[in-house]
Design a protein around this ligand. Structure first.
Ligand code: UN1
Length: 514
């Protein structure tokens, strides 16, 4: 008889797809509805990855209750002890990196070297956060009164709902999960319905590393049926969401009505500015990587390239030549640069935007623009890397997040105009400038109103120990990644005053003019 791995409720027999389960209170259990969502490989939809629970409010309630039950003991576990489990988890993820990366590529399409990077990011985050187990610093402060000690400490917030996207299916859950755990919280994770397997892989390792039952729970399913109840359940204290701006607003609205802490990471319309003194070959390389890496499906993707008019033609020529060399295909093949897009709906949306671009007055579809559907492509969701030139800053393709392999090239006259165009969108995640002039780089660094800024590098490539997040429509002011910012999401301050004067001291009231 086939052995079952944790998370699988029924092992495949004779070609039947594997059925997976939710993780609730340390047990892998079937969804209350008895229904499942089929997940297929976007590079070849004949391949079924598995059947994953279509959960509803009943599963969510059970998971939240399990998290609430596990909370007192986990919270009372010394943080350095919690950290020991994370160190073990980091080691275990390292030893399974290749396997998890391959499963990720099959599950969501990104090319294998990027999937390895995604798992690596989870490893980095795990070790980095583990180190925090011996810090989690608060501070002491002089009191304004004699014989009184003033200090502040971090306390866990409680049960956290983590709602995660499909484009970084192991990295982004780890940005939320690890800081939540180190602070002493318990969690319920709802992974995107397109990528539950990568979350299962992460969480199975966490179980094996010694995370106690109920500390991490996983409920799979759709946003409306599984995500929404997770954002409103009364025992949940915090909702951390990464995904679209539209869904983020819904999450925030619901969280506000239930007095929850809410951290949102949403869309982007990131810009690379290429000035007339830029190293053009480097700028082209950065554009290719930023625009077409992960098939353009990153919140940090470089979807707008603002190019100085003096080098505009040359830049477009070089970019086009390099783009046409990109090989599109199944990300498991070592010679492929660009994988499929995530699913049919995404493909239709992206093709819809390409159509919008074609019809925008003045913009030119310069290269690409088609779905690839013949031969090896016929069972997948493949789109040619697409370049629009002569795009005006206000056009829809230059304003709205497309989340696909489509880039808009916008001419500009000088640095000031580049900055104005760069800032002229509703989002503020990442921006970059290519120039050899330190003064211009510094000016852009100061004036770009984004959460991340790069000099002579693309808009992607954030490292785990710096704050990750954006301004304006990209988020609501929180930053994941760096402990300096993410601990402020996953813990709450408690200010403590110890009065050893033996008298009633009243702070401001005692401070009267002589
Ligand atoms: C995203 O863009 O959706 O910055 C996340 C990067 C990655 C994370 C990106 N470390 O490239």
């Amino acid at each position: 008889m086939a052995t079952r791995r944790a998370g699988e409720s029924e092992k495949a027999t004779g070609g039947d797809p594997v059925k997976y389960s939710n993780l609730i209170g340390g047990r892998w259990v079937k969804p209350a509805s008895g229904e499942y969502i089929e997940n297929r490989n976007p590079a070849d939809t004949r391949e079924v990855i598995g059947l994953f629970p279509a959960s509803n409010a009943r599963d969510v309630a059970a998971a939240v209750e399990a998290a609430a039950t596990a909370l007192p003991k986990w919270k009372a576990t010394p943080a350095p002890k919690r950290a020991e489990i994370l160190y073990r988890l980091g080691q275990m993820l390292m030893s399974r990196k290749e396997e998890f990366a391959r499963e990720m590529t099959r599950e969501m399409g990104k090319v294998l070297k990027e999937a390895r990077g995604d798992v690596q990011e989870a490893i980095d985050m795990t070790f980095y956060t583990a180190g925090e187990g011996r810090r989690l610093h608060g501070y002491t402060s002089p009191s304004e009164l004699p014989n009184k000690l003033a200090m502040c400490v971090r306390q866990p917030v409680g049960v956290c709902s983590l709602i995660t996207p499909w484009n970084f299916p192991m990295a982004i859950p780890s940005w939320k999960l690890m800081p939540a755990l180190i602070c002493g919280n318990t969690v319920v994770i709802k992974p995107a319905e397109d990528t539950p397997l990568s979350t299962i892989n992460l969480v199975r390792m966490a179980e094996e590393a010694g995370i106690p039952p109920g500390v991490i729970n996983v409920v799979m399913g759709l946003g409306e049926s599984a995500g929404a109840p997770l954002a409103t359940h009364k025992e949940v204290r915090l909702v951390s969401f990464t995904g679209s701006t539209e869904t983020g607003r819904l999450v925030a609205t619901q969280a506000a009505q239930h007095d929850k802490i809410c951290s949102l990471e949403m869309g982007g319309k990131n810009v690379i500015m290429v000035l007339d003194d830029a190293n053009l070959d480097l700028a082209v390389e950065g554009t290719i990587w930023g625009a077409f890496g992960t098939t353009g499906q990153r919140c940090t993707a470089s979807s707008r390239i603002v190019v100085h008019q003096k080098v505009y033609r040359q830049f477009v020529e070089k970019l086009t030549a390099k783009t046409q060399q990109l090989r599109v295909g199944n990300g498991l093949r070592s010679n492929v640069d660009v994988g499929p897009v995530i699913n049919e709906e995404a493909m239709e949306k992206i093709l819809g935007y390409i159509d919008i671009g074609r019809r925008e007055d003045g913009a030119k579809l310069h290269s690409g623009g088609n779905r690839l559907e013949r031969g090896a492509y016929r069972h997948g969701y493949f789109i040619e890397p697409t370049i629009f030139t002569d795009v005006a800053p206000q056009m829809r393709i230059a304003q709205e997040e497309i989340f696909g392999p489509v880039v808009s090239i916008i001419p500009c006259r000088d640095l000031d105009e580049a900055i104005e165009i760069g800032n002229g969108v509703r989002y503020g995640l990442s921006s970059s400038i290519y120039t050899q002039d330190i003064n211009r780089a510094m000016k852009a660094m100061e004036q770009m109103y984004t959460g991340i800024f790069y000099v002579n590098s693309s808009t992607i490539g954030a490292e785990v120990h710096l704050p990750f997040g954006g301004t304006k429509g990209t988020g609501n002011g929180h930053r994941e990644g760096a402990m300096i910012s993410s601990l402020d999401i996953f813990s709450e301050w408690k200010s403590i005053y110890v009065d050893y004067s033996g008298t009633l001291q009243r702070a401001q009231i005692d401070n009267q003019p002589a």
